[in-house]
Design a protein around this ligand. Structure first.
Ligand SMILES: *[C@@H]1O[C@H](CO)[C@@H](O)[C@H](O)[C@H]1NC(C)=O
Ligand SMILES: *[C@@H]1O[C@H](CO)[C@@H](O)[C@H](O)[C@H]1NC(C)=O
Length: 480
């Protein structure tokens, strides 16, 4: 799933672990000592990278924490997201902490399967919890300014970081007063065909859904024909003549969805321009589809070699060196929760917006190839849901948002067909009409659509409430 979560990384920093480093633009890298395993199997220590923005901090103010999730940490995360606005509203300090095994936060010297064994949800959350404990009890050891002891903490984030935020609230309610979760997923499936259905829903809203689905059917008819001449002519039409059929299908899906995470603003919807605009009357559906893909490849400036290498389903690369966020995210999918992006089964009677060649086997074979016996694939999904998602029903103080056109909507709190999570005290689910992925957590902009502004306002009001009460966390099932 990582390739669909890739958000822009603003600036790379040159950093030396174990030191506090100042660079030109006044970004300061801080390091917090962690254990490889919080549960006693490996006591080695490592340094976790974090950044702080104390521009608005005043004594007694709260701590707002985020994580870049599956991206490397930059000052973007402490200065250019809604986190800094929350800090501004409450005289708070903004902190962003990199996740273990991403960016410069390396518990072990490589990303081999035996190292990644420590990439568990429990360990990842325990890292954040030990930072927060230190920040509350001994703030001068982690902050460059005098922060008041026992400050309240709100965890916030978008995409994967939204999951971290809700899990921090559900797992460590005494440490985290509330969570702002912009497009968290709260339900896992082995085969997540709801993902491509959300893309199709978006196309339907824009008016080109059925023609796009027709093109996908036409292409699959050729790809499954066993007629090599016909297949070669299709590859030629899409400008991807040297790829295998499998890689071709995967690249075509990626390219067609390449704007699916872009912001929808008052200036327009990038998916309308990148996809539907090509489906004009009189052009055969398959030709329109090819034009969508060719335009995406051009827009991204991808060479044939890059197209091959970006294909997660066919990683020939078995390097285990650090700084491969895709590999860590792949490991997480393999071992935590699956949610593999597969084609909607024909038997469902629903239209499909990616090729039927996108199957579960493809993903699982890659898990086996990379991580071998370390991976227990299929059995994980139910137990993961039970362990990490069921408790959310009784967790208070969470603000869940999802755009009505968010491609991750099918796994979110509010898929098109209704709510998955019950909300309870001081929690709220906001479906942001007409918005895409995680737009509410971005810094405000003059081109924001009204529903996004409204969602931020609702979130701001809830955060105020969470911080105002300073009450002990009470589980719903403990009440009465
Ligand atoms: C903190 O955030 C403010 C507001 O976005 C920004 O102007 C400032 O440069 C940031 N400082 C750091 C050190 O990132
Ligand atoms: C994976 O990519 C290689 C080229 O790098 C290709 O020869 C092979 O057929 C591909 N495998 C699949 C399953 O598509």
């Amino acid at each position: 799933m990582a390739r669909f979560l890739a958000l822009s990384i603003v600036a790379a920093l040159v950093i030396v672990p174990g030191h506090t480093t100042r660079t030109d633009n006044q970004d300061v890298a801080y390091w917090f000592t962690q254990r490889v395993d919080h549960f006693g199997r490996n006591d080695q220590q490592w340094e976790q990278h974090y950044m702080v923005n104390h521009t608005y901090y005043k004594a007694g103010g709260p701590i707002f924490i985020t994580t870049p999730g599956d991206n490397a940490l930059t000052s973007h995360h402490t200065s250019m997201t809604h986190l800094i606005r929350l800090a501004q509203q409450h005289n708070g300090i903004a902190v962003a902490i990199e996740q273990r095994f991403y960016g410069s936060s390396a518990p072990l010297p490589d990303l081999s399967a035996s190292s990644l064994e420590y990439m568990t949800a429990e360990n990842m959350l325990a890292d954040f919890a030990s930072f927060i404990r230190e920040a509350k009890t001994n703030p001068s050891s982690v902050f460059p300014v005098a922060v008041t002891e026992d400050a309240q903490v709100v965890f916030a984030g978008s995409s994967f970081a939204a999951n971290v935020a809700v899990w921090m609230r559900s797992t460590y309610p005494d440490l985290v007063a509330g969570a702002w979760a912009s497009s968290a997923f709260v339900y896992n499936r082995l085969e997540n065909y709801q993902f491509e259905q959300s893309f199709g829903y978006h196309l339907e809203q824009l008016g080109c859904g059925s023609r796009f689905a027709q093109a996908v059917r036409d292409l699959d008819y050729i790809l499954f024909s066993n007629d090599q001449v016909l297949i070669d002519s299709a590859l030629e039409l899409f400008g991807l003549p040297s790829l295998s059929v499998q890689v071709f299908a995967s690249v075509v899906s990626d390219m067609a969805m390449s704007e699916a995470l872009a912001q929808i603003t008052v200036n327009g919807d990038p998916v309308a321009e990148a996809v539907c605009a090509h489906f004009s009357k009189g052009t055969p559906a398959l030709v329109s589809y090819a034009n969508v893909v060719k335009a995406a490849i051009k827009r991204r400036g991808l060479s044939p070699a890059q197209l091959l290498s970006m294909d997660n389903y066919n990683r020939t690369d078995t390097r285990v060196s650090l700084n491969q966020p895709d590999l860590v995210s792949y490991f997480i999918s393999c071992t935590w929760f699956s949610n593999w992006i597969t084609a909607t089964p024909r038997s469902s009677g629903l239209d499909s917006y990616i090729s039927q060649l996108m199957t579960l086997d493809l993903s699982l074979s890659q898990c086996r190839r990379h991580f071998g016996h370390h991976v227990d694939f299929v059995g994980n999904v139910d137990s993961f849901n039970r362990k990490w998602f069921y408790p959310l029903h009784s967790t208070t103080n969470i603000f869940y948002t999802v755009g009505s056109l968010d491609i991750w909507r099918g796994s979110s709190v509010a898929p098109v067909s209704g709510h998955i999570i019950r909300t309870n005290s001081n929690s709220h689910i906001e479906v942001i009409e007409g918005a895409g992925h995680a737009q509410d957590f971005d810094m405000e902009s003059v081109s924001d659509i009204l529903s996004v502004k409204r969602a931020r306002h609702i979130g701001d009001t809830l955060v105020k409430k969470w911080l105002g009460h300073r009450n002990r966390y009470i589980r719903i099932d403990e009440v009465e």
